[in-house]
Design a binder for this molecule. Structure first.
Ligand SMILES: NC(=O)c1ccc[n+]([C@@H]2O[C@H](COP(=O)([O-])OP(=O)(O)OC[C@H]3O[C@@H](n4cnc5c(N)ncnc54)[C@H](O)[C@@H]3O)[C@@H](O)[C@H]2O)c1
Ligand SMILES: O=C(O)[C@H](O)COP(=O)(O)O
Length: 516
């Protein structure tokens, strides 16, 4: 497992398991995958729980937000686009994903990028993303992003951990019935003019056993639906999970494969789940059983599946995800993409779908709203609640009674002595509130300081940047967020000798050179 994959595959799931099963109030880091964590967040710019009527939240703006450039790829839902445009950001929305070279050209210019499961934000791409401050994955999976490199560059990554889970679970239910009844073969035959009324090899699903591999958001949702239709449910997960209904945990993948009539995969893409189901595992499945993959294309060894289908070991399979997927609609699904495509499409009772597990109106608009809201909150307020690669840090809002507050955000390497030095720089201002947390190598500091004169902003910024440069390799990214009413426009900052608007300072004025 790469460290980047480890971040989501391991820690996130553990976090959710701990907080769900024990129902404990955990630290922010231990709750970012649970529903309450995400939905507890107030919308950007609103008052938060601690604000009273007389302490209304003051809107923080990093700069003239018209200057924020957002690139959205892969047909992000309009609901999400509207939120970003509503902030005055410049949004370019493209329906497909881009090749690595095209992506590098585009990403250099933007502060925010929104992607779905296809766009690969590799180390090479991220190294070119000199202006980027945040990535929104408008989906569940974050395996397409090099999370560790992003964190090291001070780029936060957000996703939508469960908004399409129900859609995937419902698709699996439909696939279980369709496979059991050979529905797609009968339909295709009739489309081609052949009447073929058969009952041999067609089954009810009542009383059959569904084996769920990965009992997380989707697996557990599927468990409830399948049981309500009369199936027996068993599951296997690397973590100890709470069984829903009468679902039964089995001790090993082998136990599950030996007992299940239908096997459905719901694990993340990690190095441990690569080819989780190969020839050896297929051989352990029951004769005439079914295999369903709506997780990631890397989880099944497809040539082995082709062989198991040809031999009759498998009575059918449904595949929604592939190791290599076309960049956009209309693109060809052929051997050029995956060398075995021709063999796969020629098999009987195999349902192939173009990665549509989460593609419903409900899921996509919910994801659009959730991820865009997180992006706005991060850009405007610096809050990292829900981030998958950074510590979760937030502060009470700056309230209207605060005349000249500045919010300082300093993302730095988690080494001794940095906080002391940052606070030394902030020494001449009252620190109204401050929070710092770390996750692995990266630490995130947020501080609201008061009585900051306009002319002092530059000094603060430069001192923080100089602090970053003291370390080898350089280790800090600074952002300053400023109350609109006090520092209303860019020109006054220019007068103060700051070459660009404040939020762009960390990006353009050598600040991104001060990476961790
Ligand atoms: N087809 C689609 O459109 C679509 C839509 C949403 C999600 N997905 C994929 O589905 C995956 C699962 O989504 P989720 O929301 O349920 O994730 P989740 O994190 O809630 O659950 C994943 C579960 O898998 C378990 N797991 C990890 N490694 C395992 C292993 N080796 N063996 C057994 N269990 C293991 C984890 O402990 C966790 O409980 C996502 O990572 C994503 O890749 C696909
Ligand atoms: O990770 C996910 O949420 C799913 O794989 C769906 O991805 P998509 O948004 O690219 O369809």
């Amino acid at each position: 497992m790469t460290p980047a994959q480890d971040i989501t595959g391991g820690v996130n799931t553990l976090a959710r398991t701990v907080s769900n099963s024990l129902n404990l109030s955990t630290s922010p880091n231990l709750s970012f995958h649970s529903p309450p964590s995400t939905f507890r967040q107030p919308p950007p710019g609103s008052t938060n729980a601690l604000s009273t009527a007389s302490q209304l939240a003051k809107q923080l703006k990093p700069f003239d937000t018209k200057d924020i450039k957002v690139l959205l790829l892969e047909n992000v839902n309009e609901a999400g686009i509207d939120i970003l445009r509503g902030q005055g950001y410049q949004v370019e929305a493209i329906k497909s994903s881009l090749s690595e070279d095209q992506l590098i050209e585009k990403i250099r210019d933007v502060q925010v990028i929104g992607i779905r499961s296809k766009t690969k934000l590799t180390e090479r791409v991220l190294k070119e993303a000199k202006n980027l401050i945040v990535i929104g994955c408008f989906c569940i999976g974050t395996n397409q992003v090099d999370l560790q490199t992003a964190a090291q560059q001070g780029i936060a990554v957000f996703n939508s951990p469960f908004s399409n889970s129900r859609s995937v679970a419902e698709l699996v239910i439909s696939e279980i019935i369709a496979l059991a009844r050979q529905l797609t073969d009968r339909s295709m035959e009739l489309h081609n003019g052949t009447w073929n009324k058969v009952s041999k090899g067609c089954w009810e699903i009542r009383g059959k056993t569904l084996g769920i591999v990965g009992y997380g958001h989707i697996g557990s949702q599927l468990s409830v639906l399948a049981e309500s239709m009369g199936m027996n449910v068993i599951y296997y997960d690397v973590l100890t999970m709470m069984s829903l209904g009468t679902a039964r945990n089995v001790a090993s993948l082998d136990d599950l494969l030996a007992e299940a009539d239908f096997v459905s995969l719901h694990v993340p893409a990690t190095s441990e789940t690569k080819n989780l189901i190969g020839a050896k595992e297929l051989a352990k499945m029951k004769d005439g059983s079914y295999l369903i993959n709506n997780a990631r294309g890397t989880v099944i060894d497809i040539p082995a599946l082709i062989e198991a289908s040809r031999s009759g070991k498998l009575a059918g399979a449904a595949i929604d995800v592939f190791p290599h997927e076309p960049a956009g609609n209309g693109d060809y699904f052929s051997n050029d993409l995956n060398s075995w495509t021709k063999d796969l499409v020629g098999l009987k009772n195999i349902i192939l779908t173009p990665h549509i597990g989460g593609s419903t109106e409900e899921a996509q608009s919910a994801i659009g709203v959730e991820v865009s809201t997180a992006l706005v909150r991060y850009v405007n307020e610096g809050a990292t609640l829900g981030a998958v690669n950074m510590p979760e840090v937030n502060l009470r809002s700056v309230t209207v009674d605060k005349e000249d507050d500045v919010r300082v955000i300093y993302i730095h390497k988690n080494v001794p002595g940095v906080l002391r030095q940052v606070n030394g720089i902030l020494l001449h201002h009252n620190i109204d509130k401050q929070m710092s947390d770390s996750r692995g190598e990266v630490a995130y500091l947020m501080a609201d300081i008061s009585d900051v004169k306009e002319g002092e902003i530059r000094d603060l910024f430069q001192s923080l940047q100089e602090l970053s440069c003291k370390f080898t390799p350089k280790l800090g990214v600074t952002r300053l967020l400023i109350c609109n009413s006090v520092y209303p426009n860019e020109s006054s900052l220019l007068d103060a000798g700051i070459e660009c608007s404040v939020a762009r300072l960390p990006i353009e004025a050598d600040a991104r050179g001060g990476h961790i």
